[in-house]
Design a protein around this ligand. Structure first.
Ligand SMILES: Nc1ncnc2c1ncn2[C@@H]1O[C@H](COP(=O)(O)OP(=O)(O)OP(=O)(O)O)[C@@H](O)[C@H]1O
Length: 269
């Protein structure tokens, strides 16, 4: 045994644990950065520090108060950090290994229709919000809108978002290669990282991706700008071609023949 090992008996498992804790803390920091959760976290830390001081000084009454508080602390932390915990779990489910079990492949033809519609909407300054379901189910949001279960086409998307159409408000949600619903209400992001000039359409796009692993496309009615939201981040000023590439990558889209072959193999097995 070396001198270092004799003084500090560090095992391989300890190093692994340190690395895991550091990784989880870093991911938590990434999730909380720019949100109200940072202030809440600092508040929780201040209360914890106070409890340590009270215990060290043996202040009986305050110690009783803090021990009563600590009984509900776990529940309080879960309630206070609910959005961050949800995002963390979504991030875990998004790892390529787990995604393989839940995400259905998308046909490239579907992406092409969406991109063609978005390009036209951008040119004509028709505002739009299109969310693609991935491994997190969007049923909750689909149910806030008008159920369509319609085959995707450029014409249908343009018709939906045409501003004289009663369905144009809110978001279209795409699930299993079809337009599941239109006029859906998405959660609005309150992130302070976003530009204060962003309106509700863009904030709703980001909001959904903070709580789920959906991929959301936004077309600005004001400027015609095409943006996408993913994992709580917004990428703006895209061309239709760039959007197409991003969609194919994010949804792992493949030509229809390949998808159908895979589906029939899955059904047979
Ligand atoms: N929570 C929501 N869920 C879905 N759609 C929403 C939500 N909030 C607003 N919208 C849509 O956004 C539209 C209003 O967009 P607003 O002008 O505030 O946003 P914006 O981000 O500035 O977009 P634009 O550049 O198109 O104006 C509404 O008419 C509605 O269709």
């Amino acid at each position: 045994m070396t001198l270092v090992h004799w003084i500090i008996p560090i095992r391989l498992v300890d190093l692994l644990e340190i690395a895991l804790v550091a990784y989880v803390l870093y991911k938590l920091y990434q999730l909380m950065r720019g949100t109200l959760a940072v202030q809440i976290f600092l508040g929780v830390m201040a209360i914890y520090l106070l409890q340590v001081i009270v215990t060290a000084l043996d202040m009986t009454m305050l110690r009783r108060f803090f021990s009563a508080l600590s009984e509900v602390a776990v529940l309080a932390v879960i309630i206070l950090f609910q959005p961050e915990i949800r995002r963390l779990l979504v991030m875990v489910a998004q790892t390529p290994f787990l995604r393989r079990f839940v995400a259905a492949p998308v046909r490239e033809e579907v992406i092409n229709e969406v991109c063609a519609a978005v390009a036209e909407m951008s040119r004509l300054r028709i505002g739009g919000l299109i969310a693609f379901e991935r491994s997190t189910g969007l049923r909750h949001y689909i149910e806030t809108g008008t159920i369509l279960n319609a085959r995707i086409s450029r014409e249908l998307l343009l018709t939906i978002f045409y501003d004289k159409n009663p369905l144009h408000d809110g978001a279209v949600i795409i699930r299993n290669q079809v337009i599941a619903a239109a006029r859906c209400i998405l959660p609005v992001s309150t992130s302070m990282k976003l530009s204060p000039h962003l309106g509700l359409r863009h904030r709703a796009a980001v909001g959904l991706t903070e709580q789920t692993d959906a991929f959301v496309v936004v077309v600005s009615e004001e400027t015609g700008t095409i943006s996408v939201a993913q994992q709580g981040e917004l990428i703006s000023n895209l061309t239709a071609a760039e959007l197409c590439t991003l969609l194919i990558e994010a949804l792992e889209a493949r030509p229809a023949v390949e998808v159908e072959e895979e589906t029939s193999v899955n059904l047979q097995s």
